[in-house]
Design a protein around this ligand. Structure first.
Ligand code: 4AD
Ligand code: MG
Length: 478
């Protein structure tokens, strides 16, 4: 084990006059004397005071922004403002040089767009350090929440033959020789043979496999990458994103909504406790950004207040039909009424409608239930009205849909009838239908988009900034 101490631990130790070794990367080097060193354990840099008169000038020249250093010295109470302790260096070793002429990160504020271009280096900025520490905490919080409640973490496959959502937005998985692919009798590429003789794709959701687990283990959850080949260049969509999908036997729609609300509040509170300084930093960053906007466009609450507000209030619950009534009555910007006046009941909500409900009407998270069956997936439980299904979407301020879920159709005849109506081949999902044949029971589950959760908690505006290696159209280099 290295005898090095992490900077966060040093700053929190409250100790002084001890010998320490720290390792990290130079953020700035002022007056040949003060190094701001960061090792990623916290946003707070450690100030290293260099005895420049007794240090080799050639070494001083190599202390540049981005260089990796090992520093040994004494931890002392700081005389400067802004930090409680400094390290008076007795020895400095350069572990890795960084050519200041070429290093793309200068000690100044870079735009998020620029940093997206150099995503391999953006981890080294305060903003991305904070984001990825919060992301880490949230994923740990999710496991903790489910583990404390006796849920079993189930690993569902990434390569699968099913398109769980039936939306056709799948990436093919192929192992055939692209130069010489198998052909059909009519000479086209035979995609039915693309994975050792079987058509397969990357999973869009682990739900169907998750349901198999829940029909024996009672409560399970998945947490893994999912893939959607939608060519959507928005600030809310990725081609590869992580999803948490709990599935619970003997749950109805209300139990499902209760669990989702409890989970969201739990993980937000967890991050606020564990990463308060990072969230405060991100909140301040947002305030600085907001100052550039005209007064009327600035948000009323800062990030910390927004998160707290979410914890302190019950999520509003209403049906899709009730939401449409509200939208019909509302005129969001004086001149223009919502499209619903023309299209009416049965159409899917667009994000502007979702955001109106959450941000303007209720001003808090909303759980919408009982959507028209035509706009939802085949596996959702049909309601007695013959028109709607026991679906739920959770809508968050600034985000729109963060959770999508439902009570599942456990009645074999109803499920088969719906699959026939939509044209989903029953023989391909024989294994799924078996759970309804043998000991099927009421059950429910939902999918939480992990990046949308991280977006909400960090207050960031673009989903590409909350995943280390974003995948979106034409972006997959590293
Ligand atoms: O609403 P979706 O498509 O639901 C399902 O996949 C269900 N099988 C879940 C279930 O019931 N087990 O996706 C669930 C959530 C969305 O609410 C959203 O937060 C996120 O996944 N999501 C995306 N996140 C980023 N990029 C995309 N392209 C996303 N598509 C969905
Ligand atoms: Mg959805």
């Amino acid at each position: 084990m290295s005898s090095r101490t992490k900077i966060k631990a040093l700053l929190e130790s409250g100790k002084t006059d001890i010998d320490v070794t720290v390792k990290g990367w130079v953020r700035t080097f002022r007056n040949n004397q003060f190094i701001a060193l960061n090792d990623g354990s916290t946003n707070n840099n450690l100030q290293i005071v260099v005895d420049f008169e007794n240090t080799d000038p050639a070494l001083l020249k190599r202390i540049t922004t981005g260089a990796a250093l090992s520093v040994s010295g004494k931890l002392v109470a700081s005389l400067g403002k802004g930090q409680s302790v400094d390290v008076k260096a007795t020895s400095i070793e350069i572990l890795g040089d960084s050519d200041p002429e070429k290093y793309p990160l200068q000690p100044k504020k870079h735009s998020l767009e620029f940093l997206r271009e150099i995503a391999h280096l953006r981890f080294r900025t305060n903003t991305f350090g904070a984001i990825f520490r919060v992301r880490n905490t949230l994923s740990f919080a999710i496991h903790t929440f489910f583990q404390e409640r006796g849920f079993v973490y189930l690993h569902t496959p990434v390569i699968t033959a099913s398109d769980a959502e039936g939306a056709g937005e799948t990436f093919h998985v192929t192992n055939f020789d692209l130069a010489n692919p198998p052909k059909t009798e009519t000479g086209e590429i035979d995609f039915k043979q693309d994975f050792f003789g079987r058509a397969t794709n990357l999973t869009v959701s682990g739900q169907l496999e998750g349901e198999l687990g829940a029909m024996a283990l009672s409560d399970i959850y998945t947490f893994g990458p999912t893939f959607r080949a939608e060519n959507s260049n928005t600030t809310r969509h990725l081609a590869e994103f992580w999803m948490i999908e709990p599935e619970m036997a003997f749950y109805d729609l209300k139990d499902n909504a209760d669990l989702a609300e409890e989970l969201l509040k739990y993980v937000i509170r967890y991050a606020l406790d564990k990463n308060k300084d990072d969230i405060e930093f991100l909140s301040q960053r947002l305030l600085d950004e907001e100052k550039q906007k005209p007064q009327q466009d600035r948000s009323e609450l800062n990030l910390l207040e927004k998160l707290q507000f979410c914890l302190d209030n019950n999520f509003e619950r209403l049906t899709y039909t009730e939401a449409i009534e509200i939208l019909k009555e509302s005129t969001p910007n004086k001149k223009k009424k919502f499209q619903y006046l023309i299209e009416g009941w049965g159409t899917d909500l667009q994000s502007e409608h979702e955001r109106y409900l959450v941000e303007k009407h209720f001003k808090k998270p909303v759980i919408l239930t009982d959507y028209p069956k035509e706009i939802k997936s085949f596996y959702m439980r049909q309601n007695d009205d013959g028109k709607t299904v026991a679906a739920m979407d959770i809508l968050f301020p600034g985000i729109g849909e963060i959770v999508g879920g439902s009570q599942r159709e456990e009645r074999l005849d109803k499920l088969e009838q719906r699959m026939d109506e939509i044209g989903i081949p029953k023989d391909e999902l024989w294994w799924y239908l078996d759970t309804r044949r043998y000991g099927g029971c009421p059950h429910a589950g939902f999918g939480l988009g992990f990046e949308r959760l991280v977006l909400f908690v960090t207050g960031m505006g673009n989903i590409r900034d909350v995943i280390p290696f974003p995948r979106f159209p034409k972006n997959a280099e590293f």
